[in-house]
Design a protein around this ligand. Structure first.
Ligand SMILES: O=C(O)CCC(=O)C(=O)O
Ligand SMILES: [Fe+2]
Length: 279
C-alpha cells in the first residue's frame, strides 16, 4: 500500500535519505565503529553490517544495513548511532517521532476497517514497551544480479513497516498469486507493509505479503524502514472479535520474543515462520 497524504514533510523524508546515504558513503573503518559483530564475531541485531551468518552454506544478501532500536526511547543504544553526518541522530529522532503518528493513524484505520469495538485495538496491543527499529539498507551495484538477491524473499515479522525507497532506482517486488510484481516508485510516498503480527492479530484478514529486493548491475539503491513491533515480552493471538464458528482462530498464541527469534532462524534458511503457527 502506498501512502501519500501522510503528513511527513518532504524535507524530512529527503533529509533522512540523504543522511543515510552519507553514512553508507563513509569509509569502512568509520562505519565499523558501529559494527553488529561484537569482537568481530558475535552477532547482535543492532549496528552496522550484514545478516547474521548461521551456517556456512547460508545464502547471503547483497546489502549492507544499519539497524537501530529507536523506541522505547530510553532503550536507545546511542553509542551505535552514527555521529557522521553530524545531523544523523537528530534527523532519525525527528523522523521516528513523526512517523509514529502515521503508524497510529494507520492502525486506527485498520481497526475501523475490521469493525473492532475499539479503534485503538492495535495501538493498545503494541503495549507500553512497543519496539520500533529503523533499518537503513544499502544495496551496492552488483556485477552478477542474476546470482544474488539484495534481500531474499521474506515477510516482515512486524505489526507494520513504514518504508521509504530510493526514488531513482527500483528493485522491490511483491509476490501476488504466484507472480512477482515490481512495486512502482512514487517519490515522497511511504510504503506500508503489513507484517506477520497484524496477520495473526487480525486472524488472517490482513495478510503479510512476501516481498524481496532485486540487485542492479548499474545502480546502487537505498531504503529506510521503520519496523513496528508489539512489546517483545507480550503475547499475540487472533482477536476474539474476529473469531467465530465460521472462522475459527487460524493462528496459535505466541510470545513476540519467540516469534522474532523464529523469524530470524527461518529467514537464514529462506523459509517462513508464520507457517509454523497455522492451526
Ligand atoms: O529495501 C527495500 O525496499 C525493502 C526492505 C525490506 O523489505 C526489509 O528490510 O524488510
Ligand atoms: Fe521486508
Amino acid at each position: 500500500m502506498q501512502l501519500s497524504n501522510h503528513g511527513v514533510e518532504t524535507t524530512m523524508m529527503d533529509g533522512m535519505m540523504i543522511a543515510s546515504r552519507e553514512f553508507f558513503k563513509r569509509p569502512l573503518e568509520d562505519k565499523k565503529r558501529y559494527t553488529n559483530l561484537i569482537g568481530g564475531e558475535q552477532f547482535q541485531f543492532e549496528g552496522y553490517g550484514n545478516d547474521e551468518v548461521r551456517s556456512p552454506d547460508q545464502i547471503l544478501d547483497w546489502s549492507d544495513r544499519l539497524y537501530l532500536k529507536v523506541e522505547p526511547e530510553d532503550e536507545r543504544r546511542i553509542a551505535l548511532w552514527p555521529t557522521h553526518p553530524e545531523n544523523f541522530r537528530d534527523i532519525l529522532h525527528n523522523f521516528t517521532r513523526k512517523c509514529g503518528g502515521v503508524k497510529d493513524n494507520l492502525l486506527q484505520a485498520m481497526a475501523k476497517l475490521l469493525q473492532l469495538h475499539d479503534d485503538d485495538y492495535f495501538v493498545d496491543q503494541l503495549g507500553e514497551k512497543a519496539e520500533t527499529n529503523v533499518r537503513c539498507s544499502y544495496y551496492p551495484k552488483c556485477p552478477r544480479p542474476e546470482l544474488v538477491f539484495g534481500l531474499k524473499p521474506h515477510c516482515d515479522g512486524t505489526v507494520l513497516t513504514l518504508l521509504m525507497v530510493d526514488d531513482s532506482v527500483g528493485g522491490l517486488q511483491v509476490l501476488r498469486d504466484g507472480v512477482w510484481w515490481d512495486v512502482p516508485i512514487v517519490p515522497h510516498t511511504l510504503l506500508v507493509i503489513i507484517g506477520d503480527q497484524t496477520e495473526i492479530m487480525s486472524n488472517g484478514f490482513f495478510k503479510s505479503p512476501v516481498h524481496r529486493v532485486m540487485t542492479n548491475a548499474k545502480k546502487e539503491r537505498l531504503s529506510v524502514a521503520l519496523d513496528y513491533s508489539v512489546d517483545h515480552e507480550r503475547e499475540i493471538e487472533p482477536s476474539a472479535q474476529l473469531i467465530d464458528e465460521k472462522r475459527p482462530a487460524l493462528y496459535m498464541k505466541v510470545k513476540v520474543k519467540d516469534y522474532i527469534a523464529g523469524l530470524y532462524e527461518h529467514f537464514s534458511k529462506g523459509t517462513m515462520v508464520i507457517d509454523t503457527l497455522q492451526i
